[in-house]
Design a protein around this ligand. Structure first.
Ligand SMILES: [Zn+2]
Length: 432
């Protein structure tokens, strides 16, 4: 790390101190090189060629709150964390920083970079997204100090994206959020990038993501998928424990974490990929992991146990896919019927009551909002989830061996304020 000569700062510091005395509200700023200003508060130093407006002035306070959250979340000693300095370079004109020698020893980068106790951010089109980058790079910095590394590339970038995705309202910072709508996160665009990537190349397997490298090419796609993988695995009812073990400190930057994690799930990797696809299919604004993530794996045990031919299941209108403990062989038919009423709230916060047929003047994914739908998970992992309408009654014929899932049809971000249950009856027909 390059240490800047200190002597030439004395005069500007004195001038800045006088300025502080005259205008007590303004933070001490000094011109550290042509066109570049810097100011410090506690462990934080901001270096920028951009105007130091109230947004940039708020960064030390934002970093204080972020660090306090990380200390609590990751059991870091706050006193020790306070002793780690961080210099944030916020760059409008890269040339000014090059001329000032502030980028010496820093490899080429596009948006942001962390090197020991320095982070670099390129100016972005929204305050939100620039803060996102600040928190992303600061996550790399805190992991470097607290865990001796960030872990395998997908984990390092995914964690930085998780912690970078934030809310800053009334000077209160919330980290690791899943945005409820695009308006709160201007220029963030991660869900759009995921859907564009799926349209172009399909859903990557989790294994592909776990073996991502550090190339600059397609990095935004890789960051978005790494974020999705971290949201999935850190919140999953089964896999979060394995990830916690594999990501225990000390970390490095190799594929060691990936290999440890993969080994811990080697005997059930097909199930991990199935659960991953179910997650990606629903992952969008307003996603809530606790009411949407499921583990399909226990279903395997039922295969040899002889499943019931009839069953009745309650389907919660506020939750994502729910397992109907029903295994079907290829060609087998199941008669499904449903009853009950439940509340589905629409955008205007008015309560609407729905039956299993749904509300036919509001559509989502080409089916009425609130309608009961089925999902068929094949034992053949190459087959996609088969989603079909159920409503009050339907018959479904399995095209392969697999399991039945149930939920109501509504965007994932709009389900959490629903209430009520449906009762669904399934009877397997005799037709083999
Ligand atoms: Zn990064």
């Amino acid at each position: 790390m390059r240490i800047l000569p200190r002597c030439k700062f004395w005069t500007p510091i004195l001038v800045a101190c006088l300025a502080v005395l005259i205008v007590p509200q303004s933070r001490a700023q000094v011109e550290s090189a042509a066109g570049i200003k810097r100011f410090s508060k506690d462990q934080w130093t901001i270096v920028t060629d951009l105007p130091i407006d109230s947004e940039i002035e708020s960064w030390p306070g934002i970093l204080d709150q972020a660090l306090a959250t990380w200390c609590q979340k990751w059991s870091i000693d706050p006193a020790q964390a306070k002793s780690w300095p961080l210099v944030v370079h916020c760059i409008g004109d890269r040339k000014l920083f090059e001329q000032a020698g502030l980028l010496e020893g820093v490899p080429p980068f596009d948006d942001g970079f962390q090197q020991a106790d320095r982070v670099f951010l390129i100016e972005q089109p929204s305050n939100y997204y620039r803060r996102h980058l600040l928190l992303h790079e600061a996550t790399h910095w805190v992991m470097y100090h607290a865990f001796a590394g960030g872990g395998s590339p997908w984990f390092m970038e995914g964690m930085a994206e998780v912690e970078g995705t934030h809310q800053w309202i009334n000077r209160k910072l919330s980290l690791a959020i899943i945005p409820r709508d695009p308006q709160g996160v201007p220029h963030w665009g991660r869900f759009k990038r995921l859907s564009d990537s799926i349209a172009a190349k399909g859903i990557p397997s989790l294994k592909q993501i776990l073996y991502y490298g550090n190339d600059r090419q397609d990095r935004q796609d890789r960051y978005s998928w790494s974020w999705a993988a971290c949201v999935f695995l850190r919140n999953h009812p089964v896999y979060s424990t394995m990830l916690q073990r594999a990501s225990a400190a000390p970390l490095d930057y190799s594929l060691k974490l990936t290999q440890l994690f993969e080994n811990s799930l080697a005997d059930r990797w097909d199930w991990v990929e199935r659960d991953w696809k179910l997650f990606v299919d629903e992952f969008d604004f307003g996603y809530q992991p606790t009411s949407n993530l499921i583990a399909l794996e226990p279903l395997t045990k039922d295969l040899s146990d002889g499943l019931p031919k009839n069953l009745s299941v309650d389907v919660d209108s506020a939750k994502g896919w729910q397992i109907a403990n029903l295994f079907l062989r290829t060609g087998q038919q199941v008669d499904i019927s449903a009853e009950g009423t439940y509340v589905v709230r629409m955008q205007n916060q008015q309560a609407w009551e729905s039956s299993p047929s749904g509300i036919s003047y509001q559509y989502y994914r080409h089916m009425p909002m609130g309608k009961l739908i089925g999902g068929f998970v094949s034992t053949d992992t190459s087959r996609p989830l088969d989603v079909f309408a159920i409503g009050k009654q339907t018959e479904y014929v399995a095209q392969s061996d697999g399991w039945l899932l149930l939920r109501i049809n509504e965007p994932v971000g709009k389900r959490q304020d629903n209430s009520g249950k449906l009762t669904v009856r399934c009877t397997i027909g005799s037709r083999p």
